[in-house]
Design a protein around this ligand. Structure first.
Ligand code: DQA
Length: 152
């Protein structure tokens, strides 16, 4: 049996991590986060793919492409998390575990960040743990992929 495949999706402006508001997002780059997630995946016997885009449609395409091919998704959609209904609808068609991820804690920030339109179609959210969140999100997907370890 081949190793489960997990797709990590990164939305707009995450390409600027490292330079972008380091007081909020830290100094690690997106490549650093992806490397951390890939290392966690490897430790857990998963294979990680990554896609970053500034465009919601690309993320929708990626979710369509993941259907029946990938086993789980980790999604940090950036600001799209707060208004991206087409990404919401795409994620609703994905049958495997979906973990929403944020470096910062949107609930502790501006009111417009308090609503995630992706939360209702995610199994859970990892937010506010900075770079460690990438490992936690992979760990969460890994557990959700093992039914006996799903909860508790
Ligand atoms: C973010 C939080 C979003 O509100 C914001 O628009 C981002 C990054 C995070 O990782 O903390 O671009 O998703």
């Amino acid at each position: 049996m081949s190793a489960p495949l997990v797709l990590l999706l990164s939305g707009p402006n995450l390409l600027l991590l490292g330079e972008r508001q380091p007081e909020i997002y830290g100094t690690a780059t997106l490549a650093d986060h992806v490397a951390r997630a890939a290392a966690a995946a490897e430790r857990l016997g998963l294979v990680l793919e990554h896609l970053q885009s500034e465009r919601e449609g690309d993320l929708v395409d990626a979710v369509h492409g993941a259907r029946g091919r990938c086993d789980g998704l980790v999604v940090n959609a950036g600001a799209i998390s707060h208004y991206g209904w087409s990404l919401h609808d795409a994620l609703a068609t994905f049958s495997g575990p979906v973990v929403e991820l944020h470096l910062s804690n949107p609930d502790a920030r501006e009111p417009w960040r308090h609503r995630s339109v992706l939360a209702p179609v995610s199994d859970g959210t990892v937010a506010g743990f900075g770079a460690v969140g990438y490992e936690l999100a992979i760990e969460a997907v890994s557990r959700l992929l093992r039914p006996s370890a799903r909860r508790g």
